[in-house]
Write a protein that binds this ligand. Structure first.
Ligand code: PLP
Length: 457
């Protein structure tokens, strides 16, 4: 363990009053929390006045960084005009209409309608309910199971946590629920067999999916959900041709593909959507996070006309479309969504990401040379460096050693916030980051890694 100074008064109040998500609660009283006070550009500052480059865009979401004046103005104007209204019972608000229109315009596949939620978890929960509703409408009441993948992350509500394929979201939580199936994780470095090529690995992934579908019965399976690049499972980029191979199997069995673009939307991978980068052709899409650049909570589900028509038909039979969240389509979120997309377009944020992608790539490749790093993987402006005990054999550290979290702490002490996912250190900087700031972020990453190397040896 690294040395820990005594808790400040604010840290004590914090641990006495808050339940912290994704935190080892048993350690909090001794470690305390890092309390942030303000943000500016790509930097955040803690209550002690120390500055950090926010190398994770918060939780993969603050693509425009902190303190964007145009966003603040758009929020203020919306709060003055109409701080709250809803879109239930045939009411509506202009910002929601405008944002839905914009999303249809930029969608990677034909999209006809948008359903708003407050979060990514709610969007994925909604996706499952909508797949069930659609198949009830279509007279296929048994076609209800949803396929997800081991190491997927789709959220934390009962259903989205069930879709998530990580032990920490299942163990102790009585999850996953029925009707959820998990197929293989397409991580070649970890799950590729000895002597197997990437192409053979991909073919094996598709074969395994086919076997799962045939075992369960295709007429019991409604959909498969997948992140173009797995984020919270450890930044896992599938091999070339993976989605083409997977989709062929799904199409054969009339199973729709849902793309979870909660992290990968709005330029993160160098295109508007991760589906475009990874050559996915989803039927429906979930998004959140960079939808508002995290200036307000908002999520969305996007569906094509034929699927929407099934909701119309079913609600005609049942009397109403019985689903909706109080804050789904909140005016503040929608106004900020409209403004964020306008900024992405007029400031050519995606062009900026593409311009800096070669630098990001070269710095990730340099990390791959580090003695502690087994694999450095990346796609566009998101990456992960997996730390290993033995680079040659790929032997992982004993998880009890906590090498990942300790390394993230050392990096933090060097003035950069990154995130440990087990022993993978994730990096996902605000898309507005400048070249010099990106270099500085990687320099601090490397400094922390060097210190970690000295610490583990
Ligand atoms: N889907 C993906 C791919 C995510 O990364 C996340 C959150 O990190 C979610 C869904 C859940 O979103 P939220 O935390 O807004 O509920």
């Amino acid at each position: 363990m690294l040395d820990q100074p005594p808790l400040t008064n604010l840290q004590t109040r914090d641990v006495e009053s808050l339940i912290h998500p994704y935190t080892p609660l048993h350690k909090l009283k001794s470690t305390g929390t890092l309390i942030m006070q303000r943000g500016e550009g790509v930097h955040v500052f803690d209550t002690q006045g120390r500055g950090y480059i926010e190398g994770m865009s918060g939780l993969w979401c603050a693509g425009l960084g902190f303190g964007d004046e145009e966003m603040i103005e758009a929020a203020t104007e919306q709060l003055r005009t109409l701080p709250y209204y809803h879109i239930f019972s045939a009411k509506s608000i202009e910002p929601a209409i405008e944002l839905a229109e914009k999303l249809k315009e930029i969608a990677p596949v034909p999209i006809s309608k948008v359903f708003f939620t407050s979060s990514g978890s709610e969007a994925n929960d909604t996706q499952v309910k909508l797949a069930w509703y659609m198949n009830n409408a279509r007279g296929r009441p048994n076609k209800k199971k949803i396929i997800s993948r081991i190491k997927a992350y789709h959220g934390v509500t009962v259903m989205s946590a069930s879709l998530t394929g990580l032990p920490g979201n299942h163990n102790g939580w009585d999850l996953p629920v029925d009707r959820v199936l998990h197929t293989d994780c397409p991580h070649f470095y970890r799950f590729g067999a000895e002597g197997e090529s990437e192409a053979e690995f991909t073919a094996r992934m598709a074969k395994s999916l086919r076997e799962l579908i045939e075992r369960e019965g295709p007429d019991t399976i409604a959909a498969m959900i997948a992140e173009p690049v797995m984020g919270a499972g450890g930044v896992i980029v599938p091999p070339k041709g993976y989605f083409e191979a997977i989709q062929a199997v799904l199409d054969e069995h009339d199973i729709i593909l849902i793309s979870d673009e909660v992290i990968t939307g709005f330029g993160r991978t160098g295109n508007w959507w991760g589906s475009q980068t990874l050559n996915m052709k989803p039927k429906t899409i979930s998004t959140a996070k960079q939808l508002t650049s995290a200036y307000a909570p908002l999520g969305a589900v996007m569906v094509p006309e034929d699927i929407y028509q099934s909701y119309v038909d079913h609600s005609a039979q049942l009397g109403t479309f019985g689903h909706g969240f109080t804050y789904g389509g909140h005016p503040l979120g929608c106004a900020l969504g409209v403004k964020a997309i306008e900024i992405y377009q007029k400031r050519d944020i995606i062009g900026h990401v593409r311009k800096l992608m070669p630098l990001f790539e070269s710095r990730m490749k340099r990390l791959a040379e580090h003695p502690l790093v087994g694999e450095a993987r990346y796609c566009g402006f998101v990456g992960g460096a997996e730390l290993v005990a033995d680079k040659k054999t790929r032997r992982p550290f004993d998880p009890k050693q906590g090498v990942g979290p300790q390394t993230a702490k050392l990096i933090e002490n060097n003035g950069a916030v990154l995130r440990a996912i087990g022993d993978t250190i994730a990096i996902c900087p605000p898309m507005i980051i400048r070249e010099d700031e990106l270099n500085e972020l990687f320099d601090r990453f490397e400094k922390g890694l060097n210190e970690a190397e000295a610490w583990v040896s």
